[in-house]
Ligand binder design. Structure first.
Ligand code: CA
Length: 228
């Protein structure tokens, strides 16, 4: 049974999440503040952490930083709409995803499953397949519906980085770091032009992308076709 550590100081929300995810087959342990979360994290070695950001005693971002210092455990942040700066900071610290309050329990459960699938998923070196899109990481070849797609080295690096983390939201700065070696400029907005070029090469309608989605106020994510 997968173990989830939920760190959330609003007890009613915590209980609802715990009840729902337990019914979905997870073992959910709850901590009600950041310090308790840190202690429970070390005791439990969870498979996933759901982390509210506004926490008493130790802020969620600080807890995320401590966790990331020694662990790759997936982290999903619970954030309020007004906490956009914290959300971006959390993603830059290495959180895997976030949901914005108020959220539905169904949505949260779907995110939990998606993140766990992702973590257990792909090993490097294989061919990544997303519907009509195939990415051969070793041969650096991309095909769409069987036809080769010509990409620049930077475009290939960016696409393969996205495709190895499907569904995960990245900030422009993170994407820039991911392609740093081949990048000529260092402005986060550079990413926008690479994404634009990739959309023109990959998307049936670049104005309404299906693969490379804009996440307003944050950055971009790769959306595998067929997933909600
Ligand atoms: Ca809170």
């Amino acid at each position: 049974m997968k173990k989830i550590l939920l760190v959330e100081d609003e007890r009613e929300i915590a209980r609802m999440i715990q009840a729902y995810l337990s019914r979905e087959g997870f073992r959910v342990e709850v901590a009600f503040d950041g310090e308790e979360g840190w202690i429970r994290f070390q005791e439990l070695s969870p498979n996933l952490v759901i982390l509210d950001l506004m926490l008493p005693r130790l802020h969620g971002l600080e807890l995320a930083r401590r966790i990331r210092a020694g662990s790759d455990v997936p982290i999903i942040m619970l954030t309020a709409r007004a906490e956009e700066a914290d959300r971006v900071a959390g993603l830059e610290l290495g959180a895997d995803d976030y949901v914005t309050k108020p959220f539905s329990l169904r949505e949260l459960a779907a995110r939990v499953r998606a993140v766990l699938r992702r973590v257990e998923g792909k090993k490097p070196g294989e061919v990544l397949e997303f519907g009509p899109l195939k990415i051969n990481l070793a041969a650096r070849e991309v095909t769409l519906a069987g036809r080769p797609v010509e990409l620049t080295p930077t475009e290939f690096d960016l696409l393969s980085f996205f495709a190895q983390h499907p569904g995960r939201v990245f900030t422009r700065r993170e994407l820039l770091e991911a392609i740093q070696e081949r990048s000529y400029a260092s402005l986060p907005r550079t990413i926008d032009s690479h994404v634009k070029n990739l959309r023109h090469k990959l998307e049936a309608d670049p104005a309404h992308p299906q693969f490379l989605l804009t996440v307003h106020g944050v950055g971009y994510k790769f959306h595998p076709p067929g997933e909600g």
